[in-house]
Write a protein that binds this ligand. Structure first.
Ligand code: AMP
Length: 112
């Protein structure tokens, strides 16, 4: 069965895409927690970060570097946050690895 994000990637569910390449896509979070809240999602349906193996090393690096590219594209400058929730108890609600790219306002710390 496809995950919600696989359906979004397949354009079966609408989303506002801001970036895509052969390995990943980025689209706007439907329930943004800041003026800029994007989700960066690998096309490969890894369940979560802890599901990744050495085989995914290049993909994980690609996601991080793409996040910096999308942040620049979206005008976030040098001020933004990347969040990966791993597991339901950590707030993960969609079981398909994704990076939250959040910014557009001052961000407090700690986040939780
Ligand atoms: P997480 O809680 O880390 O699994 O993050 C899942 C994110 O997906 C949440 O921030 C949701 O607001 C977001 N989300 C859920 N459904 C959609 C959707 N149809 N389009 C865009 N974002 C979504």
């Amino acid at each position: 069965m496809k995950t919600l994000f696989e359906k979004i990637i397949a354009r079966e569910i609408p989303a506002t895409f801001v970036y895509e390449d052969e390995l990943c896509v980025a689209f706007r979070d439907i329930n943004p927690c800041a003026p800029m809240h994007l989700l960066l999602v690998p096309r490969k349906p890894l369940v979560q970060l802890s599901s990744a193996t050495a085989e995914d090393q290049a993909l994980l690096g690609h996601l991080m570097l793409t996040a910096t590219k999308v942040a620049a594209q979206e005008g976030l400058g040098e001020a933004y946050r990347l969040v990966v929730n791993n597991g339901a108890a950590a707030g993960m609600s969609v079981p398909h690895l994704h990076l939250h790219l959040i910014g557009g306002r001052p961000l407090k710390w700690p986040p939780a």
